[in-house]
Ligand binder design. Structure first.
Ligand code: PLP
Length: 426
C-alpha cells in the first residue's frame, strides 16, 4: 500500500500514455453510445460506465477513488454536500420504522437532519453520550436498530470518539458503524482501521481547505457482511424491483454493494451529485491535504497552549493539551494531532466575547471552519443567539465560548492577533 502523502498527490487517477496529467473536468451531462444495447447494459447495472451525470461522472469518480484509497476503503462516492453524504449513508440502510443509535456530540446540521427531518420519515434515534460505557451503549439498541453514528472529533464540541468501543457495540448488535471523519481527515485518523464500516465527510472543510467548494463523500470499508444480517438490511439483501431484481449484496459483494445501491437508488432519486467542477477544486485541495493538516495542527496546538496560559481565559478545549479530557484517547486515535479547531471560554461572557472578536484583525468572524484562513465564531451571539445564558450553560455552550479555526498563517501572527484582542477587552 502506498503512503497517505503519495495517495493525496497521485491517488485515484493514473493517466495513460499521452493523457492529461491533471484529472480532466468532464463537463458533460450525458455520454454517447453506439447502440441501445450498450446503454441497456448500463441501465441494468450489467456493465459499469457513464450515461448521465446525475448518477455518476468520471471526474467525481477519480476524486472519490482517491478518498477511498486514503481511508482504506473499497468504494466511495461524492455528494453535493456533507449533509447529503450523511443523509445518504444513513438512508441507504434505514427506512420508515428503523432506529439509529447516535452520539449526542455531533454537528448541529446532522443533529437536525437526524432528530427532525429523518424523524418525520419515521426513523427514530436514541442519542448516547460520546463517553458512554459499553453497558450504556448496549442499552440503546433496539430490535429495529440499523446503524450507529458518531464523529471522530465532534464539531463544535471537540469531543474525541472511542471508535473501537462504538464499533464493538455496533457489531455485537449486527449493524454497521458510520463515522463522520470531517475534522481529522484520513491524514490524521483512518476510522476503518479502528472498526468503522462506513466513513463520511464534509469535503467543504479541510479536504477542500480553501473555502471554495461545498461537497461531501461516503466511503465503504467493504468489511460489513450484509448477508450475515440479511433480515436487518432487506434493501441490500433482497431483489431490487427498480433494477430488474438485482440483489446488491450478492451481485456486488461486501466491497461494492453499499456504494452501488447508494448511487443507483439514492443518487438516481434525490440527485445530490457534486458538480465535476467542484470535484476538480476538491482534488486540488486533496493534493496538499497532508502538508496542510500538519500546519493546521501545529497552529492549533500553539494557539491552544497560548490560550491555556492567558489570565482572561476560563477554559480551553483542544485534545492536544495534556489537561484536556480527551488527551489520552486522542493519543490513541490521533497520534499526529487532530485538527486546527480550538475552543475557549473568555472571562466576562457574551459582551467580552463580542468586544474581543471585534478587535481581531487576522481571524475573521465566519460560520465556517477548517479553512486556510483563520476564522472564529461565538455561538451565543450567532448560531445560538436565541438562547438565554441559562439555556446556553445547560447546553454546555457558555456565553463566552469562542471557537477558533486556526488556518495556515504564521502561528506567531495568530497569537499576536489574539493577544492584542485580549488587550482591547481589559
Ligand atoms: C460541516 C459539517 C457537515 C455538513 O457538511 P456541509 O458540507 O456543510 O453540508 C457535516 N459534518 C461535520 C462534522 C461538519 O463539520
Amino acid at each position: 500500500m502506498k503512503n497517505k502523502e503519495t495517495i493525496c498527490v497521485q491517488g485515484g487517477y493514473t493517466p495513460k500514455n499521452g493523457e492529461p496529467r491533471q484529472i480532466p473536468i468532464v463537463q458533460s451531462t450525458t455520454f454517447k453510445y453506439d447502440t441501445s444495447e450498450d446503454m441497456a447494459k448500463l441501465f441494468d447495472l450489467e456493465a459499469s460506465g457513464y450515461f448521465y451525470t446525475r448518477l455518476q461522472n468520471p471526474t467525481n469518480d477519480f476524486v472519490a477513488a482517491k478518498i477511498a484509497e486514503l481511508e482504506g476503503g473499497t468504494a466511495a462516492m461524492l455528494t453535493s454536500s456533507g449533509q447529503a453524504a450523511n443523509f445518504f449513508a444513513l438512508f441507504n440502510i434505514c427506512e420508515c420504522g428503523s432506529h439509529i443509535v447516535c452520539s449526542s456530540s455531533i454537528y448541529g446540521g446532522t443533529f437536525n437532519l437526524i432528530c427532525v427531518t429523518m424523524a418525520k420519515m419515521g426513523i427514530e434515534t436514541t442519542f448516547v453520550s460520546p463517553d458512554a460505557t459499553e453497558e450504556e451503549l448496549n442499552k440503546a439498541f433496539k430490535e429495529n436498530t440499523k446503524a450507529v453514528f458518531g464523529e471522530t472529533i465532534a464539531n463544535p464540541a471537540l469531543t474525541v470518539l472511542d471508535i473501537e468501543k462504538f464499533a464493538k457495540a455496533a457489531h455485537e448488535h449486527g449493524v454497521p458503524l458510520i463515522i463522520d471523519n470531517t475534522f481529522p481527515t484520513p491524514v490524521n485518523c483512518r476510522p476503518i482501521e479502528w472498526g468503522a464500516d462506513i466513513v463520511t465527510h464534509s469535503t467543504t472543510k479541510y479536504m477542500d481547505g480553501h473555502g471554495a467548494a461545498v461537497g461531501g463523500c461516503i466511503v465503504d470499508s467493504g468489511k460489513f457482511d450484509w448477508m450475515a444480517h440479511k433480515d436487518k438490511f432487506p434493501g441490500l439483501c433482497t431483489p431490487d424491483d427498480s433494477y430488474h431484481g438485482i440483489t446488491y449484496a450478492t451481485k456486488f459483494g461486501n466491497a461494492g454493494a453499499f456504494i452501488t445501491k447508494c448511487t443507483a437508488q439514492l443518487m438516481r432519486d434525490f440527485g445530490s451529485i457534486q458538480s465535476p467542477q467542484n470535484a476538480f477544486i476538491l482534488n486540488l485541495g486533496l493534493e496538499s491535504l497532508h502538508v496542510r493538516m500538519a500546519r493546521h495542527v501545529e497552529n492549533g496546538q500553539a494557539v491552544a497552549e497560548f490560550l491555556s496560559k492567558h489570565p482572561m481565559v476560563e477554559a480551553v478545549t483542544y485534545s492536544g493539551l495534556k489537561t484536556d479530557k480527551y488527551y489520552k484517547i486522542a493519543q490513541k486515535y490521533l497520534p499526529n494531532g487532530g485538527c486546527g479547531v480550538v475552543s475557549f471560554t473568555i472571562k466576562g461572557g457574551r459582551s467580552a466575547a463580542e468586544k474581543f472578536m471585534k478587535a481581531l484583525k487576522l481571524i475573521a468572524i465566519e460560520t465556517h471552519v477548517a479553512d486556510a484562513r483563520s476564522c472564529c465564531l461565538n455561538p451565543a451571539t450567532s448560531t445560538h443567539r436565541q438562547l438565554t445564558d441559562e439555556q446556553l450553560n445547560a447546553a454546555g455552550i457558555p456565553a463566552g465560548l469562542i471557537r477558533v479555526s486556526c488556518g495556515l498563517e504564521n502561528k506567531e501572527d495568530l497569537i499576536a492577533d489574539l493577544d492584542q484582542a485580549f488587550e482591547s477587552v481589559k
